[in-house]
Design a protein around this ligand. Structure first.
Ligand code: ADP
Ligand code: MG
Length: 370
């Protein structure tokens, strides 16, 4: 089972929680200035517990000290900017903290490695009271607990307008187990975890409801029909379970990437780095029933959404055909195509059995379609 129980009870009803919180300006708002910088850091980080053997020194000195012995060390970082990467009118801060950690962990798992530590740096304006930062940090703490990682440092500074969060993640792996974007061979199977397109549609639903809310703030929408889409957008998970599965199955993918920008551009990354082409079968792309019904409602093509939607944080990888028996009974894994020689090109094989060249369109293509 995927580890998202902790945030499960945050249902759609909480959606406009932050709007409401802003409305109730006078309740429980402690200005950050009351604590001072050091008081604030102490307050926000006091619940973090060190769990990893590789953490020698965490928060509290000029630098953290880590010891990875014989492992290779992996490092990845992400920067999230309010108004560009998130919108606090429908993203509760607790979820934002959680998601900010998840997107980083996903990059480490995409290398077939285990994430072990993060640092968290924030820039905040005085628009945010202490209680808002407590929410953000409770999401960060929840993710750290579930995924067994230590928060070992960060930086705190002020910003003139919005909120900026930068997380850096460290991880470890044996050299021989690391999987790169390059390494796939012609005829390898192209495999994806979970299902695709839901997070993008969740965002579309939220954007629509935000507009309704702006016109009528008392309107509390019934979002039950979109619960899975909203969950995928507001509290995504990273596929640590798949890294563990590979270990159990003694399976090493020949190449791998996480799906943050949409299936199409990620497949193209694997092909380019491995100097190959591919055939991707439209009828194999895994879609949740809510994705299919919501695409009908929004009059968008579900394949376009899966190809270009993004933010799914699933893993896309290639395996040798000899390894197929190891994965074939697993409901979390779907074979969606196979790799070909470079000169064959990168194609989508449609339901009507015609071949069209893959394009990394990203979200613009989706916006044009509406
Ligand atoms: P410095 O002046 O050396 O930058 P700070 O006073 O900013 O040190 O930080 C003190 C300690 O608290 C350090 O261990 C730092 O990594 C940690 N820290 C600072 N800000 C954060 C934050 N937002 N989240 C987690 N840890 C933080
Ligand atoms: Mg500092």
């Amino acid at each position: 089972m995927r580890p998202n129980q902790q945030l499960k009870n945050c249902q759609c009803k909480l959606l406009f929680y932050f709007c409401k919180m802003l409305e109730e300006k006078n309740k429980d708002r402690t200005p950050i200035s009351e604590l001072g910088e050091f008081g604030l850091i102490d307050h926000l980080t006091k619940n973090f517990k060190i769990k990893q053997e590789s953490t020698i020194k965490g928060i509290g000195d000029d630098a953290a000290v880590l010891n990875f012995k014989d492992s290779e060390v992996l490092v990845s970082t992400d920067l999230l900017v309010e108004g560009v990467h998130f919108d606090l009118s429908y993203m509760p801060l607790k979820h934002l903290g959680y998601k900010a950690v998840i997107v980083n962990l996903s990059d480490i798992y995409a290398m077939n490695a285990i994430a072990t530590q993060i640092t968290v740096s924030i820039a905040v304006s005085n628009r945010f009271p202490l209680e808002a930062l407590e929410e953000l940090y409770s999401g960060i703490e929840t993710a750290a607990r579930i995924y067994n990682i230590d928060v070992v440092g960060g930086d705190t500074t002020s910003s003139i307008t919005g909120l900026i969060i930068s997380i850096t993640v460290m991880g470890r792996a044996n050299k021989k187990n690391i999987v790169y974007r390059e390494g796939a061979k012609a005829n390898d199977l192209l495999v994806v975890t979970g299902d695709l397109g839901a997070a993008y549609l969740g965002l579309q639903v939220l954007e629509r409801e935000k507009q309704v809310f702006q016109v009528n703030p008392n309107n509390q929408p019934d979002l039950d029909a979109y619960s899975y889409l909203l969950e995928r957008q507001l509290k995504p998970e990273a596929r640590l379970d798949i890294v563990k599965l590979f270990k159990d199955l003694k399976l090493k993918p020949s190449s791998m990437i996480d799906i943050s920008d949409g299936l199409s551009s990620e497949i193209m990354h694997l092909c380019k780095h491995s100097k190959l082409g591919c055939d991707l079968y439209e009828n194999k792309i895994p879609l949740d029933p809510q994705v299919i019904s919501t695409c009908e409602e929004f009059e968008i093509d579900s394949t376009t959404v899966a190809l270009n939607g993004g933010e799914d944080y699933e893993l896309l990888f290639t395996i040798s055909q000899d390894d197929y028996p190891k994965i074939k009974a697993n409901p979390n894994l779907t074979v969606i195509g196979y790799m070909r020689e470079e000169n064959a090109g990168m194609h989508l094989v449609t339901r009507a059995d015609s071949k069209i060249p893959l394009q990394a369109q990203g979200w613009n293509a989706l916006n044009d379609q509406k």
